[in-house]
Design a protein around this ligand. Structure first.
Ligand code: GUN
Ligand code: ZN
Length: 433
C-alpha cells in the first residue's frame, strides 16, 4: 500500500475561472476524488476514474459531503477576538471605546500568543485556511501570529499596524520607528515558509503623511510584500480624513500620494467611493475586501458589488472580526447576499463562493499556491456537511423530493443557513487540523 498518497472521496467542487466571465468556470464531481501526496494536490476528478489509478492508496471516505478549497478571508483583525459583538455605536466611537483598549494588551507577548492561538483555531473551525490579518502596533503581536501559523504550515498574511496619531499613547509609534520595526519584521518573516508580510498603515486618520510615505517606501523596497488599510468605510471617517489631508480631492488620493495604491494593496470596506475612485482602484489592480457583517453591525453602509464588477474592481469577501460578527465565510456570504439584495443585485451563489476561494487567491497573487484543486496546489481544503442542522435537513429533503437537490441549491443553503456547524474537517497541506 502506498501510504504517502491519500484519496479523499466526496462531492468535489472548485473553480477554474471566474463565474462572471464563464458559465463553465467550475468543476463539480458528485462522486469525485481529490488525491493528495505529501501535502500537494496531485489529481482531482471522478472517483470511478481515479480509483484504479490510485488503487492501494489510503482512502478517506466523505461520500455525500462537499470537498472544496478552504476559504480565504482577506480582512480580519486577530487582536479584536475578545471584543467581537460589543454593543452600539459607529466606527470611530467603536474604535475608541472597544478596539484601542483591547489592542493595548498586545504589548504582552504572552497575551499575543494566547489570542493568536485562539484565533487560528477559530479560523480552522470555520473552514478558513488562509487569511490577511491585522496585528497591532506591537512587533510582538506579529511574531505571535506568524509563529502560531507556522506551526500549522498555514498561509498567513499579516503585519504590524502603523499609527502615529489619533490613538492612545500605548498604541502609537512614529513614522521612523514604524518603518524600522516593519523592515525588521519583513526580514524575519516575509516568505519564510508560507508567511507573507503585509505593510499595514491602519487608515489615514491614524497615520501622518510622513508615516504613509514611509509605508510606501517600504513597499518599494520590498515589492512583493502586500499593503492593507481601510478606505471609505464610514461617512464621519471620510470627513475627518479630508480635513486632516487638505489638498486631497478625495480619500483615495491620500493613499495614492504615498504610493500605496498598487496591485498588492487590499482596501477594507470601500463603501462610499466616487466613480473616479472606483476607476482608479480598478486601474491599479487593487483589491477590495467587502465585509458585510461588519458594515451592517457598525451601520457603515452597503457595498455596491454590481458597480464594482461593472468597473472591474477586484472584490474579495472578508469577515472583519471584531467589527464583523462571525469568523464564518458561509455567514459572510449570506450577509453579502442580503446587502446586495438591498442594492437590487441578487448576487449568484457561484459569485460569492468564487470570491472566497479562487477569486481571492487570484486577487492576492496566491493562485499558484491555494484556492483551487489544480495539480501542484497545496492541499488546503475543507469538508462540509450540507445538512448540519434540522432546518438544513428538512430543506434538503424537500429539494430531493422535488428533484432539485442540485449544486447551486446546495451551495445556497450552505451560504444562507450555514456556519461553523457545517465544517466537518479543515486540512492544511493535507493535514487535518
Ligand atoms: N478602521 C480603522 N481601524 C479599523 C478597525 O479596526 N476596524 C474597522 N472595521 N475599521 C477600521
Ligand atoms: Zn478592518
Amino acid at each position: 500500500m502506498n501510504d504517502t498518497i491519500k484519496l479523499y472521496r466526496g462531492e468535489v467542487f472548485d473553480f477554474t475561472d471566474s463565474p462572471l466571465d464563464r458559465s463553465d468556470a467550475f468543476r463539480y464531481f458528485p462522486d469525485g476524488a481529490l488525491v493528495v501526496k505529501e501535502g500537494i494536490i496531485i489529481d482531482c476528478g471522478p472517483f470511478k476514474e481515479l480509483e484504479d489509478r490510485y488503487a492501494g492508496c489510503e482512502r478517506i471516505d466523505y461520500s455525500g459531503k462537499l470537498i472544496m478549497p478552504g476559504f480565504i478571508d482577506s480582512h480580519i483583525h486577530y487582536p479584536q477576538a475578545e471584543i467581537i459583538g460589543m454593543y452600539g455605536k459607529q466606527l470611530l466611537e467603536w474604535l475608541n471605546d472597544y478596539t484601542f483598549p483591547a489592542e493595548q494588551a498586545f504589548s504582552s507577548p504572552e497575551h499575543a500568543e494566547r489570542i493568536a492561538r485562539f484565533f487560528v483555531q477559530e479560523l480552522f473551525r470555520n473552514g478558513t485556511t488562509t487569511c490577511m490579518a491585522y496585528a497591532t502596533v506591537h512587533a510582538a503581536s506579529v511574531n505571535a501570529l506568524f509563529s502560531v501559523a507556522s506551526e500549522y504550515n498555514m498561509c498567513m498574511m499579516t503585519g504590524k499596524v502603523l499609527m502615529d496619531r489619533n490613538a492612545p499613547d500605548g498604541l502609537t509609534d512614529t513614522a521612523v520607528r514604524g518603518e524600522v520595526e516593519s523592515r525588521s519584521l519583513i526580514e524575519a518573516w516575509h516568505k519564510k515558509g508560507r508567511n507573507r508580510y503585509v505593510i499595514t498603515p491602519r487608515f489615514a486618520i491614524s497615520c501622518s503623511n510622513e508615516q504613509l510615505k514611509a509605508a510606501g517606501r517600504l513597499h518599494e523596497q520590498y515589492p512583493d510584500t502586500y499593503i492593507q488599510t481601510h478606505l471609505s468605510e464610514n461617512k464621519e471617517e471620510i470627513c475627518n480624513t479630508l480635513s486632516l489631508c487638505p489638498g486631497c480631492r478625495d480619500y483615495l488620493e491620500v493613499y495614492e500620494r504615498a504610493g500605496l495604491v498598487t496591485d498588492r494593496s487590499v482596501f477594507g470596506h470601500c463603501i462610499h467611493l466616487s466613480d473616479s475612485e472606483c476607476r482608479r482602484l480598478a486601474e491599479a489592480g487593487s483589491v477590495i475586501a467587502h465585509c458585510p457583517t461588519s458594515n451592517l453591525f457598525l451601520g457603515s453602509g452597503l457595498y455596491d458589488m454590481r458597480q464594482a464588477n461593472r468597473i472591474g474592481m477586484q472584490t474579495t469577501l472578508a469577515t472583519d472580526v471584531g467589527a464583523g460578527t462571525s469568523y464564518s465565510l458561509l455567514r459572510t456570504m449570506g450577509e453579502s447576499y442580503k446587502v446586495q439584495q438591498l442594492n437590487g443585485y441578487p448576487m449568484s451563489v457561484l459569485e460569492s463562493f468564487y470570491k472566497c476561494t479562487l477569486g481571492a487567491a487570484k486577487a492576492l497573487h496566491l493562485e499558484d499556491e491555494t484556492g483551487s484543486f489544480e495539480k501542484g496546489r497545496k492541499a488546503d481544503f475543507i469538508v462540509l456537511d450540507y445538512a448540519a442542522t434540522p432546518s438544513q435537513q428538512i430543506r434538503r429533503e424537500y429539494l430531493e423530493r422535488n428533484g432539485k437537490w442540485e449544486l447551486e441549491n446546495k451551495l445556497f443553503g450552505l451560504q444562507t443557513l450555514g456556519d461553523d456547524r457545517n465544517i466537518v474537517a479543515t486540512y492544511i497541506m493535507g493535514k487535518r487540523m
